[in-house]
Ligand binder design. Structure first.
Ligand SMILES: Nc1nc2c(ncn2[C@@H]2O[C@H](COP(=O)(O)OP(=O)(O)O)[C@@H](O)[C@H]2O)c(=O)[nH]1
Ligand SMILES: [Mg+2]
Length: 451
């Protein structure tokens, strides 16, 4: 299908032990013959040592692997060579390839060829991209499952069920005179219901994945000097935010990523909420309120070494309806009576904490994990779907709801079949069987060079 041959470095342009260059297309083996000293001993898909020689000069010693079509990532003839990780060497090898008419690949072009040659579908291509960009353990595990076809398989099951149901419904048309029904309206309705619940469960699982990929916003709030920044630093295990005994030290929000139980958390420290002393503090505090509003989980910190105040109580009421965790900080210098008084004001019960000794850190992590597990029940079965896939699933859900309604009202078979065909088309768009060129372009252009 593709006449031209492409090449690209698959590793970043930095000095490293090794760099990898990929070549794909019909001229791949000719390039090897012209440049690689040991091409005669090459066996398919086996590593071979030799030199890259260009204009009678050795550019580098390399390990080279040749993958004849169709048993390669792209499905075309492919070469991967491992040279030393010096960008000048990589540049010289790429230049030598360019000189023999092998052009630089565009971002994602190897994957695009893999897709066009039927080696992977769009859900798997999407997953490969996520394997590379994943920021959490959860995302890597999920992306690998999807790269192995987890989402594709379910989409194909839903699609095949739809095709069968449509065929059954349509078969009835030919035998309408004889009054043979291949499927009754009632049976068709039940089947449509099953398809519908599969699609809705896919939507939830994809949306969960989409949210988790972006990271969960967790905000630390409280009045000044209660230890918010100290707690951020403790969770991150480094001195990210300035900690001082002077109230109002943190004036801007500070956000950092951290993994909790394999899930990426965007943890934000905020300016202490109270009646501001000056303009800068006022702006910081307004930002704190906004950050709290947007957060999925709020960690509110209360100073356990002092009496609870109206400022604390105001913040507590601001958190009404939010997922929240209360920490009574400075437990190392607090007393039982003060703690008891604070406990009376917090629901859920607060965790006794000390940013100084680390007391309560494990309980805090557990509390966050527990909220995540409740909020995202299906997170272990979720998918790394982009908005394109979610959008097509939502259209599919509309199609099957309409079809079910038509079946319910015993509408003519042709109208039902028409709706079911729209459903099949939308499902085919997800895997990429029917996908316009410009959409393919926008999907693969998000990939790295050399992927
Ligand atoms: N004894 C004790 N002091 C703490 C603890 N956490 C914070 N502090 C102190 O409280 C003061 C304010 O801390 P900081 O993290 O800047 O509070 P923030 O204004 O809420 O961000 C600093 O002097 C910290 O050293 C703790 O758990 N125990
Ligand atoms: Mg602070």
């Amino acid at each position: 299908m593709h006449e031209d041959t492409i090449c690209a470095p698959a590793t970043p342009p930095i000095n490293s032990t090794l760099a990898i260059i990929r070549i794909s297309g019909p001229e791949s083996f000719r390039a090897v013959e012209l440049l690689f000293s040991n091409y005669k001993n090459l066996k398919p898909r086996s590593a071979m040592f030799g030199s890259i020689i260009h204009n009678n000069k050795i550019i580098d010693d390399v390990i080279l692997i040749y993958y004849p079509s169709p048993n390669s990532f792209s499905g075309e003839d492919m070469v991967e060579l491992f040279c030393h990780g010096n960008r000048l060497i990589v540049h010289r090898i790429i230049s030598a390839l360019n000189q023999m008419g092998i052009r630089m690949a565009e971002p994602g072009e190897f994957s695009k060829r893999s897709f066009l040659n039927g080696k992977i579908d769009l859900t798997e291509a999407e997953a490969i991209n996520h394997v590379i960009t994943a920021k959490s353990e959860w995302e890597i595990d999920t992306a690998i499952r999807q790269m192995h076809g987890a989402l594709k398989d379910i989409i194909n099951t839903v699609k095949n069920d739809t095709i069968l149901l449509k065929a059954d419904i349509e078969a009835g048309i030919d035998f309408i005179e004889e009054e043979i029904e291949f499927v009754t309206y009632e049976q068709a309705g039940i089947q449509a219901g099953k398809i519908s619940s599969l699609i809705y469960s896919l939507i939830t699982r994809c949306k969960t994945g989409e949210k988790l990929s972006r990271g969960i916003d967790v905000t630390i709030c409280g009045k000044p000097n209660v230890g918010k920044s100290s707690i951020l630093n403790l969770i991150l295990n480094r001195e990210r935010a300035i900690v001082s005994a002077i109230p109002g030290t943190t004036r801007d929000t500070i956000s950092e990523s951290v993994q909790i139980n394999g899930i990426e958390i965007n943890l934000t420290d905020t300016a202490g909420i109270h009646a501001p002393d000056n303009e800068i503090e006022k702006i910081g505090i307004e930002l704190s309120h906004k950050t709290i509003e947007k957060a999925s989980i709020v960690i509110m910190v209360i100073d356990g070494s002092a009496e609870i105040t109206d400022e604390d109580r105001n913040i507590i009421s601001e958190l009404h309806g939010k997922q929240k965790i209360f920490l009574i900080n400075k437990s190392d210098i607090s007393n039982a009576r003060t703690i008891k008084k604070i406990q009376d004001h917090t629901d859920p019960p607060s965790i006794l904490f000390s940013a100084k000794t680390g007391e309560g850190l494990e309980k805090l992590r557990d509390a966050i994990s527990k909220i995540l597990a409740n909020e995202f029940v299906e997170y272990k079965d979720s998918f790394v779907a982009d908005m394109r896939i979610i959008d097509l699933l939502e259209k599919s859900a509309e199609n099957i709801s309409r079809a079910a309604e038509l079946i319910n009202y015993n509408e003519p078979v042709e109208i039902i079949a028409f709706e079911m065909q729209a459903l099949i088309d939308n499902l085919s768009g997800i895997t990429g069987e029917i996908t316009p060129d410009d959409i393919l372009g926008s999907i693969f252009s998000r990939f790295c060079i050399g992927k």
